[in-house]
Design a protein around this ligand. Structure first.
Ligand SMILES: Nc1ccn([C@H]2C[C@H](O)[C@@H](COP(=O)(O)O)O2)c(=O)n1
Ligand SMILES: [Zn+2]
Length: 190
């Protein structure tokens, strides 16, 4: 039996398994989706942000989301915004996603890394990003772009030579379905 004959006798399913799968997510979607997944850990009732730091070999070296510092109980510390005293609002306490992703790094440093983040970094995170050696920022939303805090971030990034650009997703949604794979009937690896 020659090769073409053999191919004819293969099921369509087996034939499909001879070539690379299509429909996989690309690196940028993968890293931004990782940032979005991390955001799901946030306890902030009004805004959940995630960040993912990646090196030039496409290895993830840090992940973070906005949350209270270690030891500051997120049931005890405030989550409000417009409180009479600033001491009773979240702003003086919460660590931003970018800061957490950088300090959570699992590599020696984050020099020349890229940070993927849901929301454009504030001025405080911009300083941390610059000082850590990160050279590229990929963000999804710049909803606060008109505010001085974010204008200051861009001014610092421009001066420090940190590149930033907006991620335009190819997919509106990437669904994770824990029960969506039929493990029993998946083709065994040959
Ligand atoms: N790039 C950013 C921007 C904001 N965050 C965090 C900080 C707060 O938890 C929240 C913003 O609160 P809002 O004033 O929108 O209620 O998002 C961050 O982690 N990274
Ligand atoms: Zn920030």
């Amino acid at each position: 039996m020659d090769l073409t004959e053999e191919t004819k006798n293969m099921s369509i399913n087996d034939q499909n398994l001879q070539t690379k799968r299509s429909g996989y997510i690309d690196w940028q979607e993968y890293f931004m989706a990782t940032a979005f997944l991390a955001a799901k850990r946030s306890k902030d009732p009004s805004f959940q942000v995630g960040a993912c730091v990646v090196n030039r070999d496409n290895k993830i070296v840090g992940i973070g989301y906005n949350g209270m510092p270690i030891g500051c109980d997120d049931d005890e510390f405030p989550w409000g915004k417009n409180t009479p005293s600033p001491l009773d609002s979240k702003y003086l306490y919460v660590c931003h996603a970018e800061m957490n992703a950088i300090v959570n790094k699992n590599s020696a440093d984050v020099k020349d890394c890229i940070i993927y983040v849901g929301l454009f970094p504030c001025n405080e995170c911009a300083k941390i990003i610059i000082q850590s050696g990160i050279t590229e920022v990929v963000y999804l939303s710049d909803k606060n772009g008109h505010k001085p805090t974010y204008i200051a971030s861009k001014r610092m990034f421009d001066a420090a030579g940190v590149k930033y650009w907006q991620f335009k997703p190819k997919n509106d949604k990437i669904v994770i379905n824990f029960t969506g794979i039929d493990w029993e009937n998946m083709s065994p690896s040959k």
